[in-house]
Every structure is written in structure tokens, then in C-alpha cells.
Design a protein around this ligand. Sequence first.
Ligand SMILES: Nc1ncnc2c1ncn2[C@@H]1O[C@H](COP(=O)(O)OP(=O)(O)OP(=O)(O)O)[C@@H](O)[C@H]1O
Ligand SMILES: [Mg+2]
Length: 233
Amino acid sequence: MLTVSNLNVAYGAIAAVRGLSFDIQQGELVALLGANGAGKTSTLNAVMGFVSHQADALHFAGQDMRKLPVEARPGLGIAYSPEGRRVFASMTVHENLRAGGNQLKGAVLQQRIEQVVQRFPVLKERFAQTAGSLSGGEQQMLAIARALMLEPQFLILDEPSLGLAPKIVSEVFALIAELHADGITILLVEQNVRKSLAIADRAYVMELGQIKQSGTAADLRNDAGVIDAYLGG
Ligand SMILES: Nc1ncnc2c1ncn2[C@@H]1O[C@H](COP(=O)(O)OP(=O)(O)OP(=O)(O)O)[C@@H](O)[C@H]1O
Ligand SMILES: [Mg+2]
């Protein structure tokens, strides 16, 4: 579904991503793991077209993304939930969801909102509350809910568990596993190695802009050496 070949991202003299290649098949949940500064967000931003980059290939569902404008991503069926759950703080939950479904109108939009919130009971009761007044976990749920508004085939999540209490982290991972079970292809960037490997099909481990290890989640789970060397437990 997604093929990235020899991707390079640099910020001036800083090479954040160096010769990165990976792929994701339809229906897979693939984790991209790595410590702070490994280049995970830069990789996602390059896939989304948000940062300038070079690559030998950047293909999604048979299309060359390098030839498409950034705004074309949602139309391709790609949704992105960025790092730091950037919900619109002064807008209500309902308005945030509407913004996520910005191409939809009237009854279709309303129906989609109702459909999406089925998965997020906690949001249902808070439709009229501003997003900025939600707890961190609720904001993360809203960020994911908003990304689901256009029924993406492919969902990119950047550190959805960051800064959340353990119980809420478990809820977020359970939700991601559920979305995967429903057939959405997912690229999950995380620092929670254990929980990511528990739900992923495969994983890539990044360090200093490069992939150091890759394999099935089951293999990586059993390879304590990899985890110690690159991910610190
Ligand atoms: N806009 C920018 N300008 C300059 N350097 C940047 C910029 N964005 C990222 N970098 C640098 O690129 C490198 C990779 O950063 P990136 O945000 O991709 O890492 P990351 O793996 O997502 O880290 P984290 O887990 O902390 O989010 C880092 O050294 C970072 O300082
Ligand atoms: Mg990041």
C-alpha cells in the first residue's frame, strides 16, 4: 500500500532521515519505533508532504505521491494524527469532528459524526465542551476520531500514547488494535515499545535517521538485544 524508498529529509545541515526504505502492505499495522530525535516524525511529515524531502520512491496505492499536491492526501484515503494531539482547543468536540469531515455536508456529515463517535463513548457526552478543556486522554481520542471522519484506508498516528496515564495508554492501544481489526492499514509511531509490539504485525526500529532493525513484531518482541540496544527497554 505504501512504499518508501531511499527517503532523505534534511533541515539545513541536519540530516534527520538518511536513506530510509520501508513498506506497508494493505491491512497491516506497522510500528515505527525509535528514541527521541530518531527521525520518526520527519519520516511521517515527508510521507504527508509537509517537509521537503528526496526519495527514489514514495508510492501509495499505486500512485506516485511526489507528483501530487499535499492537499491530495485525504482524497487518497490517508489520514494523519500528528504528534502532540493538535486538536482545535477553542472549538468544541463537535466542531473538531466537523473540521475533520470538512468535505462532508448536512445529513451525511451528521451521520458520519455519529458513526465515528460510536467508538468513543467518552466524546459523546462532551460534544459541546471545548477541546482544550478535555483531559489529555480525551484529546487524544478526539484527535483520532477527527482523523477517522473521512473513513481513511490508511491511518498514520504519531505517538498517540505520549504523556498519558497507564490506564489511558491501554485504552488508546486497544482502540488502535480495534481499528486494525476493522481493516484500516496503520502506521504507528511510538516510544512505547512493548505495547506497540504487542499489537503490530511488523516493526521498524530507527536510530539517527536510519533503520537499524526490522522484522515481525513477534520476532522483535523476543529479541531483547534489539530492545536494549536501540530502545532502552
Ligand atoms: N524543523 C526542524 N528544524 C531543524 N531540525 C529539526 C526540525 N525538525 C526536526 N529536526 C531535527 O531532526 C531530527 C529528527 O527529529 P524528529 O522530530 O523527526 O524525531 P522523532 O523521532 O520524531 O523524535 P521524538 O520521538 O522526540 O518526536 C532531530 O535531531 C531534530 O532535532
Ligand atoms: Mg516525533
